[in-house]
Design a protein around this ligand. Structure first.
Ligand code: 5AD
Ligand code: SF4
Length: 471
């Protein structure tokens, strides 16, 4: 029996138990999956929710559900702290709700010290598992339900990619699709390769089949997800597989699936972004003109130390090439401030790249020491007051630059995928431009899930107010 069939069997077994409990309680049992962190986790959570829905749980809130699952992130220390804070609150809630099942999974539990802390300091957590066995939720839940004991299942590496289990999508008309899992880059500050494991690509045929199934189910926008989409398939090539589809080719094929109107992707490591990819984006209407291209630092010295394999000049040259070749391209980035040994001169380089690149948006992070990574062992950590001062400077520049870039589109009529009702303004809906910016405009709810031509009337820094354009 394959792993998929195995898990479907556990879903069935759980379903019987949960149906019994529902009868006992005279109501449906509820669940809540809380997601911390990135798009990868968001997609994993859709899979977790899909399994729970299939078992017969109904959606509920974090405070009152019968099953609460935290899908955690550990990329920075504040992500860990958030989870501990929320777990502390759940302890009180569980006291008044004794049958409550609490689970913790995701990146945090893959890290040994955090896993030990969850195990020892939060004894009311019933199920602990990691990133490599998200697909096994039903099995772990069954073990817990049948034995009444705590279940811990943490694998050091992924065994296999389990395809085609149920998912519960947050939006009916857009979806993330994993193209690879894990990362091989070992940037010196980053814990991801340790908690998500080595890079494993999914077969192009599996990806395309998933996209086709999603399109048939009403999805029009696909976000292809990988820690480094540009190295997609390298693991197959290393294993001697010839005829592997390149990422640009895959991107093109995804955009050609009937019903798919928009394709996004993230994240692009600057060291691997090919000319072929630039051409495919430039030539393809349906592929969003948006590249998320993490800079991390503008200093060539720091970049070398971080093991990033590019420098200030090559990064800027790549930005120029993208801007020259892709009309209206939006370039967004991640920046880390306060990496060990960072000098004022290094910071100046970062500020200089921000000025020259003119990012449409930048996520700025204070360096966070992650146990087990090479950078954490360094003696030249930067004092917090210096990090804060530098961070504020970078943040201010990034905000000013992004606002300047955003202003350039004011007055244009552009395509917006209407996402949701605007909760703050009656009669308004919100959507996203191809470059990722948000636009709010007056419109009927039945436009949600459709692409609409909208005039960008006013720019408010990170969003626009617009109006539907008459064609
Ligand atoms: N400290 C701060 N930021 C980090 N990131 C990854 N690791 C760390 C760390 N230890 C940031 C990087 C990455 C983004 C997802 O998180 O900028 O691109
Ligand atoms: Fe972390 Fe670097 Fe991999 Fe990104 S490319 S996940 S920053 S190790």
């Amino acid at each position: 029996m394959g792993e998929r069939e195995n898990q479907l069997k556990y879903i069935e077994k759980c379903r019987e138990i949960i149906a019994g409990k529902s009868r006992e309680h005279g109501r449906a049992l509820t669940y809540c999956v809380t997601t911390f962190g990135c798009q990868m986790n968001a997609r994993d959570s859709e899979k977790l929710r899909g399994i729970l829905e299939e078992i017969g749980f109904e959606k509920g809130g974090e405070e009152d559900s019968d099953l609460v699952l935290f899908n955690t992130c550990t990329v920075r220390d504040n992500a860990d702290r958030k989870v501990y804070g929320r777990l502390g609150r759940l302890k009180e809630i569980k006291r008044n709700h004794p049958g409550m099942i609490i689970g913790v999974c995701g990146c945090m539990t893959q890290e040994k010290t955090a896993a030990a802390k969850v195990k020892d300091s939060y004894p009311f957590v019933d199920i602990i598992f990691g990133t490599h066995n998200v697909y096994a939720l039903a099995q772990l839940l069954y073990e817990h339900l049948s034995k009444g004991e705590r279940v811990i299942s943490l694998l050091d590496e992924a065994k296999e990619i389990v395809e085609s289990l149920p998912t519960d999508r947050k939006y009916g008309f857009k979806s993330g699709v994993n193209i690879s899992y894990g990362c091989n880059n070992f940037c010196t500050y980053c814990i991801v390769p340790y908690v998500r494991g080595r890079e494993r690509s999914r077969r192009a045929s599996d990806i395309l089949n998933e996209v086709k199934a999603l399109a048939a189910d009403g999805v029009m926008e696909i976000m292809l997800l990988g820690q480094n989409v540009n190295s997609y398939g390298q693991d197959f090539i290393k294993a001697g597989d010839s005829g592997v589809m390149s990422f640009p080719e895959l991107l093109k094929r995804v955009s050609q699936v009937e019903g798919i109107e928009r394709v996004r992707f993230m994240t692009s490591h600057p060291k691997d972004l090919s000319d072929e990819l630039i051409d495919v984006i430039a030539e393809n209407e349906k592929i969003c003109s948006h590249v998320h291209l993490p800079l991390q630092s503008g200093s060539s010295r720091v970049l070398a130390d971080m093991n990033r394999h590019y420098d200030k000049e090559s990064y800027l040259a790549l930005v120029k090439k993208l801007r020259d070749r892709i009309e209206d391209v939006a370039i967004t980035t991640d920046i880390i401030v306060g990496y060990p040994g960072e000098t004022e001169e290094d910071l100046e380089d970062t500020l200089d790249v921000i000025r020259q690149a003119g990012f449409e948006n930048a996520f700025t992070f204070q360096y966070s020491k992650r146990t087990g990574t090479p950078a954490a062992a360094r003696q030249d950590q930067i004092p917090q007051d210096v990090v804060t001062r530098r961070f504020d400077k970078v943040l201010k520049l990034v905000q000013d630059t992004a606002a300047d870039r955003a202003k350039r589109l004011t007055g244009r009529v552009l395509k917006v995928l209407a996402d949701e009702k605007n909760e703050k303004q009656e009669g308004y809906i919100s959507g996203k431009l191809d470059n990722g910016f948000t636009v709010h405009f007056k419109g009927d709810e039945n436009l949600i899930g459709k692409i609409v031509n909208v005039r960008l009337d006013e720019c408010h820094g990170f969003y626009y107010m617009g109006s539907i354009a008459v064609n």
